[in-house]
Design a protein around this ligand. Structure first.
Ligand code: A2P
Length: 301
């Protein structure tokens, strides 16, 4: 099935999912005068996308600056120590999913039933507080890439989060002629957050005004699933090796002259794709030495 037809189908899937998500959305956040936690921020919105995935928005400290694609440490207070009763913050690295111009911060998370943090974090409600260490860092930033023609954003699962930030940043479309986002998940439901976001970006009037008419045609979306039937099945790495992704999108295989890439997913995926990009002749860049691709350094799952 052509990708455009797939997108139409995905839109129908996501319309229903967005409706479900909206039903889950909670009421407006009550105001709290005194923060009870160190570095406390207030939850403003929570959306449950599947039984394993949710996103949430929190207030943003007025002084906090970051580059789209960076991550921060966020969390909650841990359980009291059985002997001393003392509580320590339980923090994990989370990519910021919102763009740097947004007044609030957005995050996209898995729910692990016995996970120390996400078993609790999944129950947050608007008005609750979370801890945010406001020191953003990261490698998935434009500064770590040399200028190029085409930007590839390769994600699996919640690895889509930093791209949700970068895709809402005008610079992403100013710097490249074409931006290709691939997202591989086990099931169709796990694609919903990303698919919905792509739809929103395509009709985002502010981006259109900033970047110009037709900016949305620069954005190509290539979702695939591995464990549930969908129009495009298979790991992106396999689809690259077979050449199928290039045929589907009508673009040549990656080259160090034209292509730039960012990788964010589970550890095995990050490593495998890194090797593959090296085979195409691309080299890993860093803030201090920009090259042709970058990999997320925060471990996501
Ligand atoms: P698969 O179902 O074949 O393992 P997970 O939920 O385990 O983090 O995986 C998210 C997605 O990433 C799944 O679709 C999974 O495919 C895929 N994936 C896992 N490891 C790799 C890898 N080394 N290369 C490409 N895709 C991978």
């Amino acid at each position: 099935m052509p990708i455009d037809d797939f997108m139409n189908e995905m839109t129908q899937v996501t319309d229903t999912a967005a409706q479900n998500a909206a039903n889950y959305d909670n009421a407006a956040a009550p105001q709290r005068a005194v923060p009870a936690l160190p570095d406390a921020q207030t939850v403003t919105q929570v959306t449950h996308w599947t039984d394993k995935l949710f996103s949430f928005r929190i207030t943003r400290p007025a002084s906090m600056r970051f580059r789209s694609g960076e991550f921060v440490m966020i969390g909650l207070m841990g359980d009291p120590h059985p002997d001393t009763g003392k509580q320590k913050p339980l923090l994990r690295a989370y990519s910021i999913a919102s763009p740097s111009w947004d007044d609030e911060l957005e995050f996209y998370s898995i729910k692990v039933q016995d996970g120390p943090l996400t078993s609790k974090l999944q129950h947050i409600q608007p008005g609750d507080e979370v801890i945010l260490r406001p020191k953003p860092v990261g490698t998935l930033v434009h500064d770590a890439l040399l200028p190029g023609k085409r930007l590839w954003l390769f994600a699996t699962g919640t690895g889509f989060a930093p791209f949700a930030s970068l895709l809402r940043d005008p610079q992403t479309f100013e710097d490249y002629d074409e931006v290709i986002v691939t997202h591989t998940c086990r099931t169709v439901g796990e694609l919903t957050y990303g698919a919905q976001l792509i739809e929103d970006i395509r009709s985002n009037e502010m981006l259109e005004e900033l970047i110009g008419d037709g900016f949305a045609t620069k954005l190509r979306y290539y979702p695939t699933t591995t464990r549930e039937e969908s129009p495009k099945m298979g790991r992106i790495t396999a689809l690259m090796r077979s050449g199928e992704v290039f045929d589907d999108l009508g673009v040549p295989p990656l080259s160090p002259e034209n292509d730039r890439a960012m990788i964010c997913g589970n550890m095995a995926f990050n490593l495998e794709l890194k090797d593959l990009l090296e085979e195409y002749g691309l080299h890993e860049g860093a803030n201090s030495a920009p090259r042709e691709y970058v990999v997320e350094k925060a471990f996501l799952d």
